[in-house]
Structure formats: C-alpha cells, structure tokens
Write a protein that binds this ligand. Structure first.
Ligand SMILES: Cc1cc2nc3c(=O)[nH]c(=O)nc-3n(C[C@H](O)[C@H](O)[C@H](O)COP(=O)(O)OP(=O)(O)OC[C@H]3O[C@@H](n4cnc5c(N)ncnc54)[C@H](O)[C@@H]3O)c2cc1C
Ligand code: SF4
Ligand code: SF4
Length: 656
C-alpha cells in the first residue's frame, strides 16, 4: 500500500518520500473480525490467487497478512466509485471504516536503502499458440502454485478450472518466457522454473487422490545445478514423473473445452499429439514493471534485461553508494539465494552505517511476570488446522474434544492458523480470560514457531517457558497422509504427552552469559576474506585462519568472472585490505585442532607453524572452500593435452 515517490541525499543521509495509499479502514480500530468483507456485496478478481477466485472490495490479501488489518480497494468499492453502499460501515463493530481517508506522504531519513522489489511473472497471453487466457485448462505455474495451496481457491485439493474435476494427466511446458528471443525479449534462463516444475509435479500427489496421476514435463534441458538439486531430479524420475525433451508448438482445447490437446515433435523427429487434463506453463521471471522508475529515482544502472546491475565481485552493491539490492530484482533466483543476498545487502548496509549503529534501537517492554507458584494448574490447548496441512489428515475437532478431557485442561480450541497475528491476539485474550498458566500448541515445529508463542505468553505476563508444542504437522500429518484415523490417534498421544509435560513445567529464568565479541574465520579464500572484512568493518575483532602460506585460495587460479571481471586485481586488493585491517589478525600455516563451547563463547586449539595456541571467539565462519575434482578418466593424468578447467585457466594466463 506504500510506494517510494522521491529520493534525495547520499550514503548516510537519504531523504525518502513514501506515499501511503488510503486504506479506508483505521488500522488501530480494525480487529480483523472480517465482518466488512462478509457484508461487502462487491466481488472482484483476487489478484493474490492470480484471479482464480474472487475477493470482496473490503478484504485482506491473505490469511497470514502482517499486520492482519482489512483494507478497502478504492478502485472497486461501490461507495468510492459510485457514491452508494457503505454496508461495511453499518456492520463494522469498532467503527473502523473511514471513507475520508486520503493518501499521505511520509518523509523518512535513512542512511542506506535496500531495493528488493522482486520480479514480475511472465505473462504468456502473447503466446497465442499455447491458448493461455482462452483455453480454461491452460494455467501458469504461478496459478498452479495457488491451486495447490491450502489457502488457495480450491483449499489445496487440486481441481482444474474448466469443470472443477481433479486432473490426472498433467503436463508442464518449460522455458515459457525464458530463453526466448523469438517470441519475447527474454534471452536469459529464469533459473528456478526447472526445479519448481519438478517440485510441483511431485507435490501434486499430496493434493489429489493420487489415482491415475501422470505428470509429464516437456523441457529443452533440465537445469538442476546446485547441491542436491540433481538428486531431486533423479528422484522425480524414479517416482514416475515423465520427462520429454521437446518444446510443444501448440495447444488446442480438449473435447467440450475441457483439458488440452498438445502437439510436439520428439527428438527423433516424430510429431505426436497427446491429450492432457491440464497444462501448466512454467513461466519465467521478469524485472518488476516499475524497475526503470526505481532505477531513475535511485540513479541505478540496470542491465540490458532491466534487472539491477551488480558486480560479481561485490554482490548486493550497486553503482550508488548506500543503495543495495537483494533478491530477484538483481536476477531471477530461488528463495535460498534471495535470502543469502538479503543478508549480504543487510551486511553491506550495516557496515556502511557502523558509526550510528544502535542509535535508533528501542527495547520491547513486557508486563511484569506474574507468579504462578501455588496456583491451580490451568492448561489451555490450541489445536492448529494449518489450513489443510493438519486438518486435511487429522480430525482436529475430535482432537480438540479429546484435549478438553485431559487433566488440568480448562480450555481447548481449534484455530485455522495458530501462527497468524489475529490468533496471537486471540490466544493472549484467552490466556487472560481463562487465567491459563500453561499453554500447549498442537501445531508445527518449535524450531520455527516456539519463539512466537513464547512471546505471546510474555505479553500476557506469563513466563515464556510455560508453553509446550506438540508437532502434529511435521511429525504426524505430513508423514501419515494416507492413514488419517491412525494419525488422529497419534495426535491424541502427542497432545496428551505435551499436556502431561507442561503440567510439570516451572517458570525458568533466562541466564546471562558473557559473549566473546570476537569472530574466527576458517579459510582465507575470497569467501573467508570477505566475511572477515565485513566483521572487522563492523568493529569485531576477527581471527582469520589459513592453512596454507598465503591468502586467496582457489581464486588465484581463476582468471575472470562470468561477466568478464578480472579476478587477480580484486584478489590482490582484498588481500592487502585484510592484512592491513586493524581488526583482523591473519594466521597463515594455521590449522584448527579442537573446538569447544557454544554460541557466544567458544575456545579452540589451533596450530600455527606447528606451534599450539588457544583462541577464544563468539562465532565462527567456516569458509574452507572446495577442491577441484580430478577425474580418473578421459586420459586425465596420462596425456598432457587433457587438463582441468583450473589448469586451462592457468594455461591461458601463462601462455596467452
Ligand atoms: C511459479 C513460481 C514458483 C516458484 N517456486 C519456488 C520454489 O519452490 N522455491 C524457491 O526457492 N523459489 C521459487 N520461486 C522463486 C521465488 O518466488 C523467488 O526466489 C522469490 O520470490 C524472490 O524473492 P524476492 O523477495 O526477491 O521477490 P518477491 O517475492 O517478488 O517480493 C518482492 C516484494 O516487493 C514488493 N514490491 C515490488 N515493488 C515494490 C515497490 N516499488 N515498492 C515497495 N514494494 C515493492 C512486492 O509487492 C513483493 O512483496 C518460484 C517462482 C515462481 C514464479
Ligand atoms: S462500501 Fe465498498 S467496501 Fe464497503 S461494503 Fe460497500 S462495496 Fe464493500
Ligand atoms: S530454469 Fe529451466 S525452465 Fe526455467 S528458463 Fe532455465 S531451463 Fe528453462
């Protein structure tokens, strides 16, 4: 709802004007009861679900929106466009509707800016030979993701658009809007679609009855680079996913306008015609529609596809000091790389702003913790449906009833998404109303969600360690999909155990330990040196351990990056900066021997030139790199004309 409209200034002192578009619902008053949406008569295409279903003009984008506050779509609302209606206003119990709301311009003063506006999915309407937009059972991969989703238009039970029947024969067409300069201008590989198509083909079985399911992927070549990706591809083949090397040249509607008829030519030149229940176009990723506008505002260089231009040697940085980029705005990429880059950009920004670090930090305050000593044990159990993730397998109503029968349980309730913001508010309310002093959440994994529930307890004045989680999703619903009755019985056992355990829980106090504000980086290649520089620039004393007698690692053997940037000058400059940095201690001919301790306080024995030493540190970065694989085939090692890539780079360097 907000967009940047103007930027001025420089690293350390940018003034950014942000336009907050009107919501027409007061965020402070909205309690997310949803009555406005229920009563709103205006239905429009739901863009979050790719227009596959409809939402109201008063709506929330999706169930887990943060903050969970409704909004009125000014472009479709009957009152705002035609002056009549106001049904939402009549029914809103907190008088949150405000039709006088107007756009506001906020001025932010920031030291650095990170641009992560993502990508625009390719629109295949222009590829008329695939019939997208005219043949109902041709969908994009983005639409397919929504069809599979438990919060999507068919609640996670896959049906096809033409007749709402479960499709059995499903075909994916790869590289739609990628690697194509004939029908569009996207010459690049979108890099994620091979893997997401395989993922979609595999998870389809979980969203259908599985009967007669046949998944076919039409591809030019499968790009499964990266750790374990190829194993995933091979695993898909072993599980029966059919891979056909062909680029279908046309799709026609099936009989009665349901399903599709696909025409393609095989590698041996035969033209085949095959029928499928549903065709999925694996669309590519394009730069966001407003990429040029953003670039003009921030005076950024874009590449020739209009993605943000960055250097291979300083990923995350742009041509403008203080302006960083992360994610698919830089180039199409998977979530894992987007997140890694986000850390890089945040690290660069934090380094640039080191002088003012912590100045704006505020501590969250909590109510004084109430004592539960001597109180009757009162346990509340919250059973999560997790959309259909849990409720699609486990009988959550039966489980909730069962939880109510357990000793000390005074409240048991079922929630659609226990982790959503509105459920946290509801839980806090129930804890106070029912004077709960222990809580069990039967949901997913504590690894990701326990801190959230602990925080909710703290906000009600309860000790955070009085919450217990039963993982009925990952350890139950996800692994016993085909045995719902047994899964429900197992969930009862899990909840009973969690209730018994929490009944015995006592409040715990968080201890304080001294943190050693020092880092150990193991490996002095480009990764280790870059990590050491970032830590040292952020004022942390850093020990850089390199087993050989010089820094640089494998980068010495490589001449240039993919973009043709010379590596040697970069490497020499980086080594010089590392060796001269006052916060970095470089130890060469050094090896790690032992490591004991835990986060914040480790001690290691190391050997430097054969001499033992001890080093203490709070965190470690392991960047020991990799080794070039030396094959025992293709006459390697027997004929001097057969060399590896690194050896070839050396030849180019030494005998140009
Ligand atoms: C069909 C499909 C399936 C995929 N499946 C997978 C998968 O299984 N695994 C995987 O790892 N990756 C997958 N991906 C890739 C994944 O979607 C991307 O890696 C990821 O979304 C990139 O994150 P991002 O934050 O860079 O961009 P986005 O997810 O696009 O987020 C950008 C955000 O910025 C907002 N924004 C845009 N412009 C502005 C602006 N001017 N001002 C303010 N806000 C703005 C947008 O509204 C959006 O919320 C898939 C992609 C597609 C198309
Ligand atoms: S006034 Fe607008 S948002 Fe409110 S109910 Fe009518 S159409 Fe919906
Ligand atoms: S990742 Fe696969 S489907 Fe996507 S553009 Fe590259 S080769 Fe084509």
């Amino acid at each position: 709802m907000s967009e940047v409209v103007e930027v001025s200034g420089e690293l350390g002192n940018f003034t950014v004007k942000v336009k907050h578009n009107p919501r027409y619902i007061d965020m402070d008053k909205c309690i997310a009861c949803g009555l406005c949406a229920q009563k709103c008569p205006r239905k429009v295409d739901d863009e979050f679900n790719q227009g596959l279903n409809q939402r109201k003009s008063a709506y929330i984008k999706y169930a887990q929106s943060i903050p969970l506050k409704y909004v009125i779509d000014g472009e479709t609302c009957i009152y705002l466009t035609r002056g009549k209606c106001k049904a939402c206003e009549k029914f809103c119990p907190t008088s949150a509707i405000n039709f006088d709301d107007t756009a506001e311009i906020a001025t932010l003063n920031v030291g650095a800016v990170i641009l992560s506006p993502g990508f625009k999915p390719f629109d295949p309407k222009g590829f008329d030979f695939y019939g997208y937009g005219t043949i109902p059972d041709v969908v994009t991969s983005m639409e397919y993701e929504r069809l599979l989703s438990s919060s999507g238009p068919c609640m996670g039970h896959l049906t096809r658009p033409s007749d709402s029947k479960e499709p059995r024969r499903i075909a994916w067409i790869q590289c739609v809007g990628s690697r194509n300069t004939n029908r569009c201008a996207n010459g690049y590989c979108s890099s994620v679609c091979c893997m997401y198509a395989i993922k979609e083909a595999l998870v389809t079985a979980e969203h259908t009855s599985g009967e007669g399911l046949e998944q076919t992927i039409f591809f030019m070549d499968i790009r499964s680079h990266g750790k374990d990706f190829d194993r995933f591809y091979e695993g898909a083949k072993a599980k029966g996913v059919r891979f056909v090397r062909a680029r279908p040249h046309s799709i026609e509607p099936g009989a009665g306008n349901s399903g599709v008829v696909m025409r393609y030519t095989t590698e041996d030149g035969r033209t085949l015609v095959e029928e499928f229940d549903l065709a999925v176009l694996s669309i590519g990723l394009e730069p966001p529609a407003d990429a040029q506008q953003l670039a003009d505002m921030f005076k950024l260089n874009l590449d020739h596809y209009r993605f943000a231009q960055t250097s291979d040697l300083a990923p995350g940085c742009t041509n403008q000091p203080g302006v960083y980029v992360a994610g698919a705005f830089q180039a199409p990429k998977v979530i894992q790389r987007s997140v890694t880059e986000a850390s890089t950009a945040a690290g660069e920004a934090a380094t640039a702003l080191i002088q003012s670090r912590g100045e704006l930090t505020r501590r969250k305050t909590y109510p004084v913790e109430r004592s539960v000593a001597g109180d009757e044990t009162r346990i509340g159990v919250f059973v999560c449906s997790c959309g259909i993730n849990i409720a699609g397998v486990i009988n959550v109503d039966e489980l909730t009833r069962y939880a109510r029968s357990l000793p000390h349980v005074v409240l048991a309730e079922n929630n659609l998404f226990s982790c959503s913001a509105d459920t946290q508010e509801l839980m806090a309310k129930k804890i106070s109303e029912h004077r709960l002093n222990r809580v069990v959440i039967a949901a997913c994994t504590p690894r990701t969600h326990e801190p959230l529930f602990q925080d909710t307890l703290r906000e009600t004045g309860l000790n955070p360690y009085l919450v217990e989680m039963a993982n009925i999703r990952n350890q139950n619903a996800w692994v016993h999909q085909r045995e719902p009755e047994k899964a429900t019985e197992k969930a009862k056992d899990q909840v009973r155990m969690a209730v018994a355990k929490t009944a015995l829980s006592v409040p715990l106090a968080s201890g304080r330990v001294n943190v050693v504000p020092k880092a150990l980086v193991i490996g002095g290649g480009v990764a280790g040196m870059a990590a050491a520089m970032s830590l040292a620039d952020q004022s942390f004393q850093t020990v850089l351990l390199e087993k050989s007698d010089r820094l640089g690692g494998n980068a010495w053997k490589v001449n240039a990056t993919d973009q043709g940037e010379a590596i040697r000058p970069y490497l020499e400059s980086l080594i010089q900066k590392v060796e001269q940095h006052p916060n970095i201690k470089v130890l060469k001919n050094a090896q790690l021997k032992t490591a004991v301790g835990s986060v914040g306080s480790f001690v290691s024995e190391i050997q430097v030139n054969g001499e033992p030493r001890a080093v203490t540190y709070g965190v470690a970065v392991i960047a020991t790199g990799g080794r070039e694989s030396r094959p025992a085939e293709y006459l390697y090692g027997e004929d001097p004309r057969v060399v590896t890539h690194l050896e070839f780079d050396a030849l180019l360097r030494d005998q140009p």
